[in-house]
Design a protein around this ligand. Structure first.
Ligand SMILES: [Zn+2]
Length: 125
């Protein structure tokens, strides 16, 4: 019945586990215990929910700095996408932004390019 025993330590359906050093785990647990009442008011009622909150906020912050304006050359806005580690050219033509990577007028890059375009044109006036 060894496989059954292993099975009892498996995360429940819809969850995945990450192994942490005991020291890190204890630190997380202590922090959770200290802030338990405040966290409960924010709807966080378990250590799992607490860790999920920490990880999600880190990933959101990271996403905010994913795209950086590289340069503008004629009708091309060049963007550095740190998630894929590439420069992406967005072409402004016929009143639309066209992303050379996604072959689309509506992607993360074109949205970012519109922001740069507006900034560029308002600062020039
Ligand atoms: Zn794109």
């Amino acid at each position: 019945m060894v496989p059954y025993l292993y099975g009892t330590d498996m995360p429940r359906a819809g969850f995945k586990s990450v192994t942490l050093k005991e020291e890190t785990y204890r630190e997380l647990e202590d922090t959770y215990r200290q802030e338990k009442e405040i966290l409960a008011r924010e709807g966080i009622g378990s250590l799992t929910a607490f860790v999920t909150r920490i990880v999600s906020s880190y990933l959101r912050e990271r996403e905010k700095t994913r795209l950086r304006h590289f340069n503008i050359y004629e009708s091309v806005i060049r963007i550095q996408d740190s998630k894929i580690g590439r420069l992406v050219d967005v072409d402004y033509r016929n009143g639309e932004m066209f992303c050379s990577l996604c072959h689309s007028t509506e992607c993360l890059h074109t949205g970012f390019a519109w922001g740069i375009y507006r900034q560029h044109h308002t600062s020039r006036q």
